[in-house]
Design a protein around this ligand. Structure first.
Ligand SMILES: [Zn+2]
Length: 263
C-alpha cells in the first residue's frame, strides 16, 4: 500500500466515524425506498458507508429557499450509491454539487435556427445532470418514485453522470474490460432502434417511452428499469439486462449471487 492509499484509508475511516448517518434516519430512508434490492448484510453496510462518504464529499443545496430535509439527503445518497455499490464510488469524483428544487422547475432557453430566427422555449424539468456538475433534482419527483412504474429520477440523473465520465452523454459510459465495446454498441443500438420504432408506432411500452428521446436517455431509462423493474427489463430486452448486470456487477433478480469485481 502506498503512502497515498494509507492517507486515503485514514480519511475514509475518519469520515465514517465523525459523520455517521443517524440510525433512525437510516431506517426511515430504507423504509421509504421499498423497491431497494434485497441486499445481504455486507452489501447493506457498504451502502451505508458509501452514502456517508458521498454526503461528506458532495454539497447538496436547496434552490429558491428550499431546505433539503436530512432524510431526503440520505435518500439521494443511497440511490446514487446503489449504482456504484459493486463497481466504483470514484465514478462520481467529477462533480460536487447537487441542487434540489422543492418541485419541478422551469428552464428558459433560447436557440437560433438556420434562418437566424431566435426561438424562446420553456421546459418543465424534474432533474438534469451536467458534466462536472451540478446534478439538479426536484424533491417532489424523488418522493414520487418507487410506485411500480419503473421510473426513478435519482437513478436516471446519476446514470447520466456515469455516462459522462468519458465525454458528453451518449449512452456509452466507460466499460469494464470484460464487456467488449462492439457488443455494447451492437446491443444498445439494436434495442434503441426497436424501442423508438415501438414508441413511434404508439405502442404502449412497459418501459418509459422517454427512453426514445436519444441514446443517452435510453441508457438512463434502462438503468432505472434495471434497478426498479428488473424482471420487466429482462423480458423486454434480455441482452440489455445481461450487459447492465455485468456493468453494475450486480444481479437484481438473484441478489445472493456475486459477480466478480471490475478487473
Ligand atoms: Zn435524462
Amino acid at each position: 500500500m502506498t503512502a497515498f492509499q494509507r492517507i486515503q484509508q485514514w480519511r475514509v475511516r475518519r469520515i465514517l466515524r465523525k459523520y455517521p448517518i443517524e440510525e433512525s434516519v437510516w431506517r426511515a430512508t430504507l423504509e421509504a425506498l421499498p423497491w431497494l434490492p434485497n441486499l445481504d448484510t455486507i452489501a447493506q453496510a457498504r451502502l451505508r458507508d458509501y452514502a456517508t462518504l458521498f454526503l461528506a464529499d458532495k454539497i447538496i443545496v436547496g434552490a429558491q429557499g428550499y431546505e433539503v430535509p436530512a432524510g431526503l439527503r440520505v435518500a439521494i445518497a443511497v440511490q446514487a450509491c446503489l449504482l456504484v455499490l459493486f463497481s466504483n464510488l470514484d465514478a462520481y469524483r467529477g462533480f460536487r454539487s447537487i441542487i434540489v428544487y422543492a418541485d419541478e422547475y422551469i428552464v428558459a432557453h433560447t436557440s437560433m435556427d438556420d434562418a437566424g430566427i431566435v426561438h424562446a422555449r420553456r421546459d418543465i424539468r424534474a432533474g438534469e445532470a451536467w458534466r462536472e456538475g451540478p446534478v439538479v433534482l426536484a424533491a417532489s419527483a424523488i418522493l414520487h418514485d418507487g410506485r411500480g412504474d419503473g421510473m426513478n429520477i435519482v437513478i436516471h440523473e446519476f446514470a447520466h453522470q456515469l455516462d459522462m465520465q468519458n465525454g458528453d452523454a451518449n449512452g456509452f459510459p466507460p466499460l469494464p474490460k470484460d464487456i467488449a465495446v462492439t457488443q455494447w454498441t451492437q446491443h444498445f443500438t439494436r434495442a434503441y432502434a426497436d424501442f423508438c420504432r415501438r414508441v413511434d408506432g404508439e405502442e404502449h411500452t412497459a418501459l418509459d417511452p422517454y427512453g426514445s428521446e436519444a441514446p443517452e436517455e435510453f441508457f438512463a431509462v434502462m438503468c432505472e428499469a434495471f434497478f426498479l423493474i428488473p424482471a420487466t427489463l429482462n423480458a423486454e430486452y434480455p441482452n440489455i439486462f445481461q450487459l447492465l448486470k455485468r456493468f453494475f456487477r450486480f444481479d437484481p433478480l438473484h441478489t445472493d449471487t456475486t459477480i466478480p469485481a471490475y478487473t
